[in-house]
Design a binder for this molecule. Structure first.
Ligand SMILES: Nc1nc2c(c(=O)[nH]1)N[C@H]1C(S)=C(S)[C@@H](COP(=O)(O)OP(=O)(O)OC[C@H]3O[C@@H](n4cnc5c(=O)[nH]c(N)nc54)[C@H](O)[C@@H]3O)O[C@H]1N2
Ligand SMILES: Nc1nc2c(c(=O)[nH]1)N[C@H]1C(S)=C(S)[C@@H](COP(=O)(O)OP(=O)(O)OC[C@H]3O[C@@H](n4cnc5c(=O)[nH]c(N)nc54)[C@H](O)[C@@H]3O)O[C@H]1N2
Ligand SMILES: [Mo]
Length: 746
């Protein structure tokens, strides 16, 4: 008798129907209500059942036999029974805590893990480490590290709150915006995903509607594909948007188009910025003719765009990628200054917004709900590092560094615990991270698959995937609530992260503190009951838990035009009555606070700072600028086990302009070598007019292969990228600031 059945689940890339039979996932199909489903889950059956799965607890031989730190990335593994492996890990945690204190444990564990509120891997690891006395955590994200540091200084709001809750919604833009100027684009490939899910993919649909209704969309980006079809493409030189924005500002100021009334009422410090803009303070007027050779956009085009922006309702949008580069604070700040000079902040469909298209939820007009989060407890350890500074920390214990006005020192880490992320995909300069990775005495990783990070751990615990456990899923800005059924039994001896931590906590005398006496179902019912209560307070009735499980999913009445936002209206109307949470209560064009930090890499007002690596570098030679965006065909490095099996998929494809390809004797489809002083990888050339000459684009996500230091044959761009903070202010990732030589592979 067949046990074939089809149920719905969800994921970061959306909901989909899963058919199972005989304990296996045999088919996936799009969720019926999704107008633009992502093809990412199509590979799921192959990925979940792939031979690459971690099936049993595994301990690196060199560590098991002699606690040796060398051999990470080359040693083989010994499989142990669960009890023995848990004993070993618990003893090691105990030893490190006794000898060095909890300050010697790094548990940042950055990464996207999987959707589902209870089994959220990062919440689980943080709760566990808090229960056993705390850990060094990380601040910010690779996505928006620099933005999270700079924007509170400028607009007085937490950046994430701004992005998800206080920007012009799609319906507001539809009804009011005439010109949409997209720095870094609004990228349809990126809006396929959203943390925790995006059920009705709508970003592409909104943008198509804008084009159809005659809105002018201007795409300022090195790749044509960074924006919706039908946009006017300005192929900017990477890393130079600030120079372009300064020139736009110069035109506004000198042609009498700047809104001085708004600047006087709602902004602070324009008079300290203006001398720089006009060149009175540094002898360089930021004219369109000055900017043109820097940013690659003709001076006349800059002038025309500035005039259009001043003459129409204009929304400036800035992609997250613009701050994932050296001095990434500057374009973020300068975009806000430009919007203030246009005087449209607080008008519906005008002003500035950040991260549209970066993930599916940005721009959706939705009522926010609370709850459904596993409580993480209190961390007794105060130490925190900016998330992208991990290699600096491991290489330089005790060394001083600056961060957002504070002088700090790096902690001395003896044990690294990772659950839900893949640093050997996501960090920059992976050969440097390999050197740093040799420093800790012990590295423990939970993973469903043998990722490059798992292959560099001392103890690897096999985690279930979301299809092997029950959960509840809900995402901000999404109108669906899911009961995620357990679809198949765990593969091999895989366990839930929760059960692994419960086992360790019990061994460390904190079992009750960690579980509070609940099993998985107990927690699901408990968290759901809280959520029902909070939602009721917010006026939304939820089904009871058993009904939700039975129905699989429900649609909530929380998305629609009535929830549309037009931000900063009250502030604009009366800045004294509704001030921003900046020191002046206004948009800070000059920041006394930042100026007081005395950082030459982030001065008191937005400034064009040429990065160390860009197309204008004196030492550039024949090198090209590498942008390493997010992959369009997947989420980061997830499901790569199966994707890399697809014929011709690896090495990853690199987009190169016909002119650059011809100059190097590279033909379409040819395997090329990409190399700089930090490392080398292979890639497959895709020759295309859709990228600016001088720029190549190699997406992230291929699993780093081979021994540490080897040429990456799969095409992981992070062997080439530079591991340096955006500035002393933000210390974010500078992934997009990289020069690289490209040549036919020999
Ligand atoms: N060059 C360059 N580098 C970049 C970027 C860039 O633009 N350019 N972008 C950066 C950005 S913004 C980000 S967010 C990062 C993304 O980097 P990551 O978030 O680290 O990438 P993922 O591949 O999503 O890693 C998640 C891992 O968690 C595992 N996992 C999934 N579910 C579970 C679970 O339930 N339990 C456990 N224990 N593990 C699970 C997956 O198998 C996967 O290996 O990359 C960054 N790196
Ligand atoms: N399919 C898919 N979608 C994703 C993800 C994924 O892995 N897969 N990851 C998600 C995550 S974690 C994040 S943080 C977001 C990231 O969202 P973003 O940061 O917006 O996306 P990226 O893909 O890194 O970059 C978008 C484009 O920015 C352009 N760019 C690079 N440098 C410059 C520059 O100096 N100036 C200008 N004007 N443009 C530049 C590049 O051409 C690049 O294609 O995407 C999310 N969406
Ligand atoms: Mo991200």
């Amino acid at each position: 008798m067949s046990d074939r059945q089809t149920r719905t689940t969800t994921s970061h890339w959306g909901a989909f129907d899963v058919t199972t039979e005989g304990g296996r996932i045999v088919d996936v199909a799009p969720f019926a209500a999704d107008p633009d489903p992502s093809p990412i889950p199509n590979i799921l059956p192959q990925a979940v059942h792939h031979a690459n799965r971690v099936l049993r607890p595994s301990v690196r031989r060199g560590w098991l036999e002699g606690r040796r730190r060398d051999g990470r990335g080359t040693d083989d593994y010994v499989e142990l029974p669960w009890d023995e492996a848990l004993d070993l890990a618990a003893e090691e945690l105990r030893r490190v805590i006794d000898a060095h204190g909890n300050e010697a444990i790094f548990g940042g564990s950055y990464g996207w893990a999987s959707a589902g509120r209870f089994h959220h891997a990062l919440s689980q690891v943080h709760r566990f480490l808090n229960c056993i006395g705390g850990y060094v955590k990380s601040f910010g994200s690779y996505s928006t590290g620099a933005a999270q540091a700079i924007m509170p200084h400028v607009l007085g709001e937490n950046f994430l709150k701004l992005t998800y809750g206080y920007q012009n919604s799609w319906p507001t833009i539809r009804d009011h915006t005439e010109t949409l100027v997209m720095f870094g684009g609004i990228n349809p490939k990126n809006s396929q995903v959203n943390m925790g899910g995006v059920t009705r993919h709508q970003t592409r649909g909104w943008c198509e509607g804008f084009i159809a209704q005659g809105m002018k969309l201007v795409l300022v980006a090195p790749q044509r594909g960074d924006g919706p079809e039908g946009s006017d493409w300005m192929p900017v030189v990477p890393g130079t948007d600030t120079a372009l924005m300064l020139a736009l500002a110069y035109v506004l100021e000198t042609e009498g188009l700047a809104d001085h009334d708004f600047l006087a009422r709602c902004a602070s410090g324009y008079e300290r910025f203006k001398p720089y803009l006009l060149g009175e303070s540094d002898g360089v007027a930021k004219t369109p003719d000055w900017a043109a050779p820097i940013c690659g956009i003709a001076a006349d085009e800059i002038r025309a765009l500035a005039r259009r922006m001043a003459g129409t309702r204009t929304l400036i949008t800035v992609s997250w990628s613009l701050q994932r580069q050296r001095f990434g604070e500057q374009p973020y700040w300068m975009a806000a200054v430009l919007a203030a000079m246009l005087g449209q902040i607080g008008l519906p469909g005008g002003g500035v917004g950040y991260g549209y298209g970066a993930i599916g939820g940005v721009g959706v007009a939705a009522k926010r709900l609370r709850g459904l989060a596993l409580p993480q407890g209190e961390n007794p350890v105060a130490e925190v590092i900016p998330v992208a500074r991990i290699a600096d920390m491991l290489l330089n214990p005790g060394a001083p560094y600056q961060f957002n006005g504070e002088d700090r020192t790096y902690p001395d880490i003896k044990l690294v615990y990772w659950c839900g992320g893949n640093p050997f995909h996501h960090h920059q300069d992976l050969n440097r991270l390999d050197r740093a990775w040799a420093a800790p005495e012990t590295i423990i990783v939970h993973e469903p698959w043998w990722t490059p990070t798992a292959k560099r751990a001392d103890i690897v615990f096999p985690s279930t995937t979301p299809y092997e456990r029950e959960d509840i899923a809900r995402a901000n800005m999404d109108e669906y609530l899911f009961a995620m059924p357990q679809l198949i039994p765990p593969l091999g001896e895989a366990r839930n992260d929760y059960d692994i931590f419960a086992g360790l906590a019990a061994r460390l005398g904190q079992g009750e503190a960690f579980t509070e006496g609940r099993d998985v179902e107990g927690w699901l019912r408990h968290l759901y009951a809280e959520f029902v209560e909070m939602s009721r307070e917010d006026g939304i009735e939820m089904p009871d838990y058993d009904r939700l499980r039975e129905e699989n999913w429900v649609k909530l009445p929380i998305v629609g035009d009535e929830h549309a936002i037009s931000p900063f209206e009250a502030f604009r109307a009366d800045p004294a009555a509704a001030p921003l949470k900046t020191p002046s209560g206004k948009v800070e064009i000059f920041s006394e606070r930042i100026a007081g930090f005395n950082y030459e890499d982030c001065p008191g007002h937005p400034t064009w700072l040429p990065p160390e690596e860009w197309l204008g570098s004196e030492t550039r030679g024949e090198m090209l600028h590498l942008v390493s965006p997010q992959p369009g065909d997947k989420l980061h490095s997830q499901l790569e086990a199966a994707l890399q099996d697809v014929e011709g998929a690896r090495p990853e494809r690199v987009l190169i302009h016909p002119r650059d390809a011809a100059a190097r004797g590279i033909a379409d489809g040819q395997i090329v070598e990409m190399v700089n002083a930090r490392g080398a990888c292979l890639a497959r050339a895709e020759v295309s007019e859709d990228i600016r000459p001088g720029v190549v684009s190699l997406p992230t996500g291929a699993w780093l292969d081979g021994a540490p230091g080897a040429v990456s044959r799969t095409g992981n761009p992070n062997v080439l990228t530079r591991d340096i903070g955006t500035s002393r202010l933000g210390q974010g990732s500078s992934a997009h600031t990289t020069l690289v030589a490209v040549r036919p592979a020999g």
